[in-house]
Design a protein around this ligand. Structure first.
Ligand code: DPP
Ligand code: ZN
Length: 892
């Protein structure tokens, strides 16, 4: 298949007014009859109707009542081209599908005996021939027919118009979606499902019907999703003035799903992982993720569905914006300042851990890519998470009110349309009278900008000069980059650790301190040139700068802090994000030094700790751990060291075993030094009484369990007992899993028994069995041989994406020192699994194929086994476009 280029976009020759579909659902052979009414787009001269198809079997095609034969159309790469068509066309298309054979989980497929669809991005063309592109929006009517006993529930988008029996045990349901939509938002569900249902009153007084559909037996796990949905509806009304436009809103859970969830109009389909929860099976993190994903899909109803994308290069228009919205939603629900900071820190961690490496690797692409071979490969952390940071920067630059004005204008202009990232930027600019021309570079240029800061203090003049310089390394196809427009939020701390009042030379009075207004303690500097200086006046002592507060831009900022200054910021910065950041900087510094000593003499990791004096960090962490004025969840994130991946990214050459050794050594050093404080924190944060998922209770559990995990580094009898006790007595999955993790990563005598009992207790809960596989995949002692053994477990299958991810992905992406074993066995294993998945589910295979993206950063011996593995995949016959694109780019 050919590469698709953004520049080659052309409007469709035909628009679709209405789509009427009839499904005769059957697992072996499903018949689909589709009637499409098209009108020619008279802005073009084109009279060729293009209907996309993907491995489709055409039964018949009729145009304006005349049956078309092979001479009337062309088949080009599986697509139908009908040349010389009139201006008004009615097409009748009949196709047959084999849902039970569909392991790609795109189009119409079967999961646990029920029917589901997934159409984004290009799955609708696996159901019928259609102008399957997001700028073709139409009204849909859908008739579903199926055996009544096997498929008592029949759902599609919009409103249920009619239902009834057909005789011979079959029944039907007729659905109508009142809103125009692109085909990627089409959905149907049929099967044995039950729902939790509630009537909810909107702010306007209108009542809507909310439903969460699950398999029978799971109704005790729907309450949190329902609560999250109601919270989402309320939040979008309040924060953005956006109301639910339907009378009925459905969420359906499915166990086999490629993604997290899908925002089909009125009929959101979710991976069970992001719906099902109760204290017995779900952790605090699961609860938070469910809330975020329910919010995310709900928010798409406006940002994605009402206003959609012109083409898939604009994907971040809806995804970046909607991730930003779900991040703000979660933060607003937490409410407390330190809770908000923890949410921000979590989001930035995801960005740094996953997106920064992507942006520096062979698959680097801009937020609005220029080309792709397979669009499924571009549902990336760059489109989503960096895209969200780009949207956040509008808010940082324009303020919350300015951002809201921009959103209002965006909807006023584009409701019902398929638009571009430029349209969004124009709405933000026009609503605020701002020139955001340069801001477009965030969409067009890939790569993470590097910002270097320098501070000069002039005691005589009482001025601070802050000089900011930016560069951005080349990306594939982009050698030279132009300067970005970077909002850099800054503060200056005096010797007592207090924020100084900021007076910026040359700034308009309202943006800085004047006699009448309140002192300003944080300012957003706008760095637009390669290098720029900002002068603060009236500075009476040499300050310590707090830079890029709240992570005001997705960049890597360096400043030559001394260790003492970092410890000082850890103790005093009023910006909670930067307080955490200072700790991470300090820890990274020690870790990098330790990695150096480990790899130099290749001795046991224990020696690494001895060679680096981490007293400053240890004492700063002691202060944090025991500071009762700080929220528990905030203390937990401060105590968590940068991940092995983060350390790897900070090194010129990645040495996975040395990194692992260094991090473990520092963890042990912390455990030894802070043992009494960890024990105290553990006891102080036990909760009596029933499990509650709220942020404060979750924070207590998080702090208690991070204390347990540090204590487990001591691997002594007392901590074995403590972990075993917590495992045996826990009344919730958060504490259960934390205890099991502590046991499994020590030599505790009960660890095998605990793993076995966990399995038998939760055998009937697939999501918990996923956790069981993940925990083992990521255990320190798990090597390739162990993973192969786990693959032979009867509960393992590559066909279920969650299960494949829980074991294979967790090992390849989450256990770097074992995956990158010196003998190359991990790399050979990876190649086998990518190849196996390629023939089952190309989308999932292509995700796994990304695990060797960074192969060029490893030492020669490891590069060799990685290259060999990559070539082995590349040489595989019948490689999907998905995998082909990833592997080709990795090897280029
Ligand atoms: N799973 C994707 C999302 O909701 C599809 N749009 O972001
Ligand atoms: Zn989304």
């Amino acid at each position: 298949a050919p590469t698709i280029y953004r520049e080659q976009y052309t409007p469709p020759a035909y628009f679709v007014d209405t789509v009427d579909m009839g499904f005769d659902l059957d697992q072996v052979t499903t018949r689909v009859a589709t009637r499409i009414k098209l009108t020619r787009n008279d802005a073009t001269d084109d009279h060729t109707i293009i209907l996309f198809g993907d491995e489709l079997k055409l039964v018949s095609l009729t145009m304006n009542g005349t049956l078309l034969g092979k001479r009337d159309y062309e088949l080009v790469d599986g697509n139908l081209h009908i040349p010389g068509a009139p201006d008004q066309v009615t097409l009748d298309i009949e196709t047959v599908l084999a849902p039970s054979q569909n392991t790609s989980l795109m189009g119409l497929y079967v999961s646990s005996g029920n029917f589901f669809t997934q159409c984004e991005a290009e799955g609708f063309r696996k159901i019928t021939f259609f102008p399957d592109r997001p700028d073709v929006m139409a009204k849909y009517t859908v008739m579903l027919r199926a055996d009544k006993a096997a498929y008592p529930v029949l759902l599609s988008n919009g409103n249920l118009i009619e239902e009834g029996d057909l005789g011979d045990g079959r029944h039907y349901a007729l659905w109508e979606d009142p809103f125009k939509k692109p085909s990627y938002l089409f959905a149907l569900v049929a099967g044995k499902l039950v729902c939790q249902e509630e009537t909810y009153r909107l702010q306007s007084g209108r009542d809507v019907q909310l439903q969460v559909w699950v398999e029978p037996g799971n109704l005790d796990k729907t309450q949190h999703a329902m609560d999250s949905l109601k919270n989402s509806i309320r939040w979008d009304e309040k924060r953005f003035g956006l109301e639910l436009d339907l009378d009925r809103f459905m969420i359906v859970a499915v166990g086999d799903f490629n993604m997290g969830a899908m925002e089909n109009k009125g009929l959101n389909i979710f991976n069970t992982k992001f719906v099902l929860a109760n204290p017995r099976i779900a952790t605090d993190i699961d609860y938070a993720n469910i809330e975020a994903v329910v919010g995310h899909e709900y928010f798409h109803n406006w940002t994605g569905n009402r206003v959609t994308c012109r083409d898939w290069f604009q994907l971040s228009l809806k995804e970046g914006l909607t991730v930003f919205r779900d991040q703000e939603f979660s933060a607003d629900l937490i409410g407390s300042t330190s809770g908000r900071a923890v949410k921000r820190i979590d989001d930035v961690r995801v960005l740094r851990q996953n997106q920064f490496p992507e942006d520096a690797g062979p698959m680097a692409h801009s937020v609005r890519p220029d080309s792709y071979l397979e669009i499924n490969n571009f549902y990336t952390v760059t489109i989503y998470e960096k895209g969200a940071e780009v949207v956040r920067m509008y808010q940082t630059l324009l303020g919350r009110d300015g951002f809201r004005k921009g959103m209002d204008l965006y909807f006023a202009r584009h409701d019902g349309q398929a638009v571009t990232c430029n349209d969004f930027r124009a709405a933000m600019a026009d609503a605020n009278g701002r020139d955001l021309t340069q801001f477009e570079r965030w969409y067009s240029q890939a790569g993470t900008p590097a910002v270097t800061a320098r501070m000069d203090y002039d005691a005589a003049a009482k001025t601070v000069t802050l000089t900011l310089a930016q560069t951005c390394a080349p990306s594939p196809g982009q050698e030279d980059k132009l300067p970005f427009a970077i909002p850099v939020a800054v503060g200056l701390l005096d010797n007592a650790g207090k924020d100084m009042a900021l007076v910026l030379q040359g700034a308009p009075a309202e943006r800085t301190n004047s006699k009448r207004s309140k002192p300003v303690h944080s300012l957003v500097l706008e760095l637009t040139e390669a290098e720029q200086s900002f002068i603060f006046t009236g500075v009476t002592e040499k300050p310590v700068p707090s830079l890029l507060r709240d992570f005001s831009a997705p960049v890597v900022l360096t400043f030559d802090y001394s260790d003492t200054e970092l410890a000082f910021l850890m103790g005093h910065d009023s910006d909670a994000f930067n307080r955490w950041e200072a700790g991470q900087r300090l820890a990274t510094r020690y870790l990098l030094a330790m990695v150096g000593t480990v790899s130099a003499d290749k001795t046991a990791d224990q020696t690494a700790a001895a060679t680096v004096d981490a007293t400053l960090l240890i004492e700063a962490l002691r202060t944090t751990l025991t500071d009762q004025s700080l929220g528990q969840s905030y203390r937990e994130v401060i105590l968590t060291l940068p991940s092995e991946t983060m350390i790897a990214e900070a090194l010129p050459v990645i040495a996975p075993q040395a990194i692992h050794g260094a991090r473990q050594a520092l963890r042990r050093a912390l455990a030894q030094a802070l043992q009494p404080e960890f024990i105290a924190a553990y006891s102080a944060n036990r909760i009596d009484g029933a499990y509650q998922p709220d942020a404060e209770s979750a924070g207590k559990r998080a702090l208690k369990n991070v204390a347990l995990s540090y204590l487990a580094e001591l691997d002594d009898a007392p901590v074995h007992t403590l972990a075993q006790l917590q495992y045996d007595s826990a009344d919730n999955m958060t504490d259960r899993l934390a205890a099991l993790g502590a046991l499994v990563n020590t030599s505790a005598p009960g660890r095998q028994a605990a793993l076995a009992s966990f399995y038998s207790e939760f055998e009937a809960e697939p999501l918990v069995i996923d956790k069981w596989f993940t925990l083992q995949a990521m255990a320190r002692s798990t090597d390739v041989a162990t993973v192969r053994e786990l693959m032979r477990h009867p509960a393992f299958t590559l066909k279920n994406p969650n299960r494949a991810r829980s074991l294979i992905f967790s090992f390849c992406n989450g256990n770097p020192s074992q995956f990158h074993a010196i003998d190359g066995s991990g790399h050979a294993f990876w190649a086998e699994q990518v190849i196996a998945l390629n023939s089952i589910n190309p989308q999932v295979a292509a995700r796994l194929a990304r695990s060797l993206d960074r192969w060029r950063k490893y030492p020669p011996a490891q590069q060799a086994s990685m290259q060999e593995a990559l070539r082995k995949v590349a040489d595989t016959a019948a490689l999907s476009n998905d995998v082909l694109e990833v592997i080709t780019k990795a090897l280029t």
